[in-house]
Write a protein that binds this ligand. Structure first.
Ligand SMILES: Cc1ncc(COP(=O)(O)O)c(C=O)c1O
Length: 479
């Protein structure tokens, strides 16, 4: 099948996902047996001596011995020496199929030669950052403007977190209102104002250590997919000076870990218009992974501002961007008369991130990489569904294109205000982690949340290979 004809995104049946989630939550937690876990942990002891030695050094200098918490770190984190396309190789020479893909940043596949060569070519004649304008910076902005219809102006920033901060500041400066509304459970980076309602809906300040109460007094969470609750919240905020922005991932919180109906974002657009709030889409993960016009292109919904990250810099550093309506973006224009929202960064929009981002996005468009990555996601999801049926497990798998969610515990669907939350959280989290550890020992790196990112380099052979490895883990779980 020609990849040009292949749809990037088929919205899953949300009702069916909710039903399956209920079944999962009502089922006893299906853990791997202690003997199976001992077998898997032993695999690391026997096969990863160099990673183990590094882990000891790391623990003495890096808090928790870790900078990233996505992959399994049990019995110790596996250190990677090399990545290419669909694969990663650790410092002991073991090969893994890499469904982490730089936290979703990599759609072409890890360390793609076209991007790498563009970067090497730049570095032979120019520093990675200069604080001068560079042609790639303009070309990248033009690319985004030409690709995502709601983006009339574009600013490059250092990370997704920075871009979220910028969006909030711009929205407040533009509207003169102060309240911010987000979906419960959603992660929008770690800036002070948005470490609120993370993980499970209803979490409020649970993860907000180090953030004073007043900083979060203007941030509110609403249950995902609930238009009535959003209307009620916007009404309350209207009585208190108004809402500057409703910030949401159009797939639903955490890349669709809590998926929303396909029509939800459009309804939120209408509510924002009614209440005079800006609609901000966080497309840090979804643009351009789920289409060169982002999920907004699929939905036909036009946000006022869009937050970019990850593949905007081609998996290189400096991966953040804010784009949107020219009128709104005027408040982040230096020298603008009227309210100016300050943002910037010494290393933001440098030649390195701009060249890498441009080379990556052009190659993605040329090769229709979002469709190829989605084809791998569809195949992986279909094959894992067969395995779940075969082993009669209560697990749930669904995908939004190249984002595949394997839910083996229901952990992310627990509600913080459920009286049973504390009792349920621990065993379900442990089960998630065990599954990720077992998968890693079988040669498949998935996130500890069960989220997997496919990439354009994942051919059907790679998916086949991955499925055989999952089969061993599922068989051990069913045993
Ligand atoms: C939806 C979303 N928004 C924002 C961020 C923060 O981006 P960064 O890690 O580049 O700061 C992330 C990171 O994973 C994300 O998934």
């Amino acid at each position: 099948m020609s990849s040009k004809a292949y749809p990037v995104l088929r919205w899953p049946d949300i009702g069916e996902i909710e039903e399956r989630t209920e079944v999962l939550l009502d089922s006893p937690v299906r853990s791997l047996s202690p003997a199976a876990m001992a077998h898997y942990e032993d695999w690391f002891q026997r096969n990863c001596p160099n990673s183990q030695a590094s882990a000891r050094e790391s623990a003495a200098v890096i808090p928790g011995g870790l900078q990233h918490s996505l992959p399994s770190s049990r019995p110790f984190p596996v250190q990677m020496a090399r990545t290419s396309g669909a694969f990663a190789w650790d410092v002991d020479g073991n090969q893994y199929i890499d469904f982490i893909q730089a936290g979703g940043a990599s759609v072409l596949g890890a360390n793609h030669p076209v991007v790498r060569e563009a970067v090497i070519d730049l570095l032979t004649s120019c520093a990675p950052s200069t604080c001068f304008p560079h042609e790639a910076e303009i070309q990248l902005a033009q690319f985004v403007q030409g690709s995502v219809p709601s983006v009339e102006r574009f600013r490059m920033l250092g990370s997704g977190t920075e871009a979220v901060m910028a969006a909030i500041r711009a929205a407040r400066a533009f509207t003169g209102a102060a309240h911010i509304v987000k979906a419960g459970g959603a992660y929008h980076g770690w800036s002070d104002q948005l470490v609120f309602g993370l993980g499970a809906p209803g979490s409020g300040r649970a993860a907000a250590g180090g953030i004073p109460d007043p900083v979060l007094s203007l941030t509110h969470e609403v249950p995902p997919n609930d238009v009535g609750a959003l209307r009620a919240r916007l009404s309350q905020c209207a009585a208190d000076g108004g809402t500057a922005a409703v910030v949401l991932e159009p797939l639903g919180p955490q890349s669709g870990t809590m998926p929303v109906e396909e029509g939800y974002a459009g309804q939120v657009r209408d509510l924002c218009d009614e209440f005079g709030a800006l609609l901000v889409f966080d497309e840090v993960v979804s643009a351009f992974r789920l289409g060169m016009a982002g999920v907004q292109g699929h939905l036909g919904v036009r946000p006022d501002l869009t937050i970019f990250g990850k593949c905007i810099a081609g998996s290189y550093p400096g991966a953040g961007g804010l784009g949107g309506r020219a009128e709104v973006m005027s408040v982040v224009t230096p020298g603008h008369t009227g309210t100016v929202a300050l943002l910037g960064g010494t290393l933001s929009a440098g030649p390195l991130s701009s060249v890498a981002g441009l080379a990556c996005l052009m190659e993605m468009r040329r090769t229709d990489a979002p469709a190829a990555a989605s084809r791998a996601g569809d195949l992986l999801c279909a094959r894992l569904t067969e395995l779940i049926t075969k082993f009669e497990l209560p697990f749930l798998v669904y995908n939004l294109g190249s984002i595949v969610h394997l839910d083996t515990s229901g952990l992310f669907r627990l509600r913080r205000d459920d009286p049973d939350y504390a009792a349920q959280f621990k065993p379900r989290r442990a089960q998630n982690r065990d599954i990720a550890t077992a998968c890693a020992a079988e040669g498949v790196m998935i996130s500890q949340t069960g989220r997997m990112f496919t990439c354009a380099a994942m051919t059907s052979d790679v998916i086949d290979d991955a499925v055989h490895r999952f089969e061993k883990v599922f068989a051990a779980t069913a045993a």
